[in-house]
Design a protein around this ligand. Structure first.
Ligand code: NAD
Length: 251
């Protein structure tokens, strides 16, 4: 039986690259979750189909009530994708927002939204799909390298992702009871729209390039390749782990 996968925030950026990578790896059916940009999600679906997989689109905003949205996504997956077979092989909790704020800028509305998208939604989506994970199942969380260092400009974001790191470790034993693994990747600065407001400004770009020992920022495909390993059968003895994918930043 071919494996299937559900990737959140797969309309663009790292999520799109993960969906395409999983399709190239032979995953036969991919749920492409998106927030609001259906046209972008359709483009991901086209790429996934070109790589040989079937795609289903699932729209849900995670920012208001992440737990409710998670339940909607899980229900849509069961209904639309599986026609009676509600098993899931791979969940990738990728959707995220930045919400860069320093201490004096913190406001409750932004902080709540960042926590809903980056922590509450993945927590409850994992809960919702856990009973459906098949033997050898995989959960991969997309966290951030910011969780390894002080992040005074991204307080809520880094705190939410640090929560994901601990969730990853804490869920290893409960998911092992189902024969599944759970791991996280910690990307460094990657060329995506989440950084659109600054990534092409010469000064900040040079600073970001200099963070990695390779002297450049990363690509979505470089994160997707790491996720591809953690989603594959070859990672079966790796669980509860956080994998640094920063190109050697802040070593
Ligand atoms: P991106 O902005 O291109 O993609 C983010 C995705 O999340 C989009 O598909 C978007 O639709 C989805 N999303 C955002 N808010 C949502 C909401 N309210 N409801 C539903 N979906 C929503 O950015 P990206 O770089 O591809 O980010 C992917 C993941 O990688 C995120 O979790 C991000 O925190 C993480 N990350 C990115 C970088 C980086 O530098 N790009 C670094 C470390 C970690």
């Amino acid at each position: 039986m071919t494996r299937n996968a559900l990737v959140t925030g797969a309309s663009r950026g790292i999520g799109r690259a993960i969906a395409v990578r999983l399709a190239a790896d032979g995953v036969g059916l991919i749920g492409i979750h998106y927030g609001s940009n259906r046209a972008a999600a359709e483009e991901t679906a086209r790429l996934v189909e070109s790589a040989g997989a079937r795609a289903v689109l699932i729209g849900a905003d995670l920012g208001e009530d992440g737990a409710k949205a998670a339940a909607e996504i899980a229900a849509a997956w069961t209904e639309a994708a599986l026609a009676g077979d509600d098993g899931l092989d791979i969940l990738v909790n990728n959707a995220g927002i930045n919400g860069n704020q320093e201490l004096h800028e913190l406001d409750p509305a932004t902080a709540r939204r960042v926590l809903e998208v980056n922590l509450i939604a993945p927590m409850f989506l994992t809960q919702a799909v856990a009973p459906h994970l098949r033997e050898g199942g995989r959960v991969v969380n997309v966290s951030t390298g910011y969780t390894r260092v002080a992040a005074p400009t991204h307080l809520t974001y880094a705190a939410a992702k640090a929560g994901i790191n601990n969730l990853t470790r804490s869920l290893a034993a409960p998911l092992a009871a189902r024969g599944a693994t759970v791991n996280a990747v910690l990307p460094g600065v990657i060329e995506t729209d989440i950084n659109a407001d600054w990534i092409n400004l010469p000064g900040p770009r040079a600073q970001a390039d200099a963070l990695s020992v390779f002297g450049r920022i990363g690509t979505p495909e470089e994160v997707a390749d790491a996720v591809g390993f953690l989603a594959s059968p070859q990672s079966r003895w790796v669980t509860g782990e956080t994998l640094d994918v920063t190109g050697g930043s802040a070593l």
